[in-house]
Design a protein around this ligand. Structure first.
Ligand SMILES: Nc1ncnc2c1ncn2[C@@H]1O[C@H](COP(=O)(O)OP(=O)(O)OP(=O)(O)O)[C@@H](O)[C@H]1O
Length: 461
């Protein structure tokens, strides 16, 4: 696995020398300056940090910051910022604050062209930075999770990945495969939620010619994954009878295709994923307990993008540059994105960033600004019915994020209907255009009582 050139090396300032290994170091993460993503940890030495152009910012200075710009104070739970009479102002969660009046910072602080995110522990960023490996952006949380995944893979275990839709579970599964004992073999990804009912057995286990009228010899996903890794996304969407057959195949390492008399040997590693809590699904009878014991552990939880802000600027930069390598990022775009909850996670962010880049080009801009981002980007689809409840660690919602708690928004419905119309009623294409998974879109269609049949409901494409 190659590491791409643009890794953001960790940088920081001394933390006062009093912290020991494992101790949490509250402070600020400086994630963006000028036009570039950054990975700079600024630990609070004592209770407060005074920020301004000068020594504290290290090598990467910001000419638009005043020499004494703002003070940030941590009271043990919350961060507060006070503007010290700066020339260009201090913005807390998107709003300019008056000078000499402390304001709680929930998510992001803007000074000059720099963005700072408060964090109860800046040590992970200081140690690990943000890396780019095979096009996959990895912040400190993801790096730690992948280290765990790699250990499970090397031991030849199964792995279950829990996380919201679009958070990057497939990328994690690929890392699992690449570090496993069968990395030379195929990686076969199957989204169980999109397998039409009644076809699951044939698609998973294959069929022999004549098994049913018109049946030809066909390999199933399990045979295709022989010698490699089978990634079962949304595994709980399989019917119980199919779950039983899957378990049998995994236990006996043999597959019996439909209509076949003789079983075929298969050697596969299994990685599964779900955005739901598997234990709860076992309790409610939707997942077989014995299958849970076979594939549900060990489990890793991939946090949603809103809990991994370190990755966001680099993800944005890459998405924008796919549209045009000449386009830069404006600080207001990154700030707006850091303020939104992104219920569709990385998938949604990438789609919206590309759309914003196109809008910027249409306006003849050289940098993508917040005004090029669609208003509903990153906000409209929450709280996703499928999203796990926010953990106690989850940062408190800033002003923009309150839209997540609102009941179904009418503009959400209008946006889905418009996207469906533009895509001729094709659910798969519409989901792609909206930056979400088909399953997520289907749930929203149900929630809003929208029929996809207007333009022909098809999953093709
Ligand atoms: N860290 C990342 N760096 C770059 N791209 C990413 C990253 N995480 C996810 N992506 C991209 O975001 C999109 C969604 O990721 P992925 O399909 O892995 O999500 P998922 O969690 O499996 O979603 P679902 O459960 O809906 O299938 C993909 O295009 C993927 O390449």
């Amino acid at each position: 696995m190659g590491e791409d050139g643009s890794t953001l090396r960790p940088s920081g300032i001394a933390s006062g020398g009093n912290t020991s290994e494992g101790e949490r170091v509250p402070g600020l993460l400086r994630l963006f300056t000028g036009e570039a993503p950054l990975a700079q940890a600024l630990p609070l030495s004592g209770e407060a940090l005074e920020l301004g152009r000068g020594a504290l910012l290290g090598e990467v200075q910001d000419p638009r910051m005043s020499r004494r710009h703002a003070r940030v104070h941590f009271d043990g739970r919350h961060f507060h910022a006070t503007d010290l009479g700066s020339q260009n102002g201090t913005f807390v969660d998107g709003e300019q604050i008056p000078a000499n009046t402390p304001r709680e910072v929930r998510r992001v602080l803007r000074m000059g062209d720099s963005l700072f995110v408060p964090s109860p522990d800046v040590a992970p960023l200081q140690k690990r930075g943000v890396t780019l490996v095979d096009g996959f952006v990895r912040g400190p949380v993801l790096q730690q999770l992948l280290a765990e995944v790699t250990r499970a893979a090397k031991l030849g275990f199964s792995l279950h990945i829990h996380g919201e839709s679009g958070a990057g579970k497939e990328g994690v599964a690929r890392t699992f495969h690449q570090h496993g004992p069968q990395s030379e073999g195929p990686f076969v990804a199957v989204n169980c939620a999109t397998i039409p009912q009644g076809l699951a057995e044939r698609l998973l286990f294959g069929a022999r010619r004549g098994a049913y009228s018109g049946a030809d010899d066909a390999e199933g996903y399990l045979q295709t994954a022989h010698g490699g890794t089978l990634f079962l996304d949304e595994v709980v969407e399989l019917e119980l009878a199919v779950q039983a057959k899957l378990l049998r195949a995994l236990e006996t390492r043999e597959v019996l295709p439909l209509g076949a008399l003789k079983a075929k040997k298969v050697e596969i590693l299994v990685c599964s994923a779900s955005n739901k809590d598997l234990r709860a699904l076992v309790s409610s009878g939707k997942l077989r307990e014995d299958l849970y014991f076979r594939i549900g552990r060990p489990q890793v939880t991939l946090p949603p993008l809103r809990q991994r802000p370190e990755e966001l600027p680099l993800l944005l930069q890459r998405a924008v540059q796919q549209i045009s390598p000449q386009l830069g990022l404006h600080v207001t775009l990154v700030e707006a994105c850091l303020l939104r909850p992104w219920p569709g996670n990385v998938r949604e962010l990438l789609v919206e960033a590309r759309t914003a880049a196109q809008a910027a080009l249409m306006h003849g801009a050289t940098r993508v600004e917040a005004r090029h981002l669609s208003q509903s980007a990153g906000t409209a689809f929450g709280p996703a019915a499928v999203a796990p409840a926010p953990s106690s660690e989850e940062r408190r919602a800033p002003r923009e994020e309150t839209s997540r708690a609102k009941p179904v928004a009418p503009e959400e419905k209008a946006r889905i209907e418009e996207a469906l119309r533009q895509n001729g009623g094709n659910v798969a294409a519409t989901a792609r255009a909206l930056g979400m998974h088909r399953t997520q879109l289907r749930r929203l269609l149900e929630r809003h009582a929208i029929s996809a049949s207007a333009g022909g409901d098809s999953d093709e494409g």
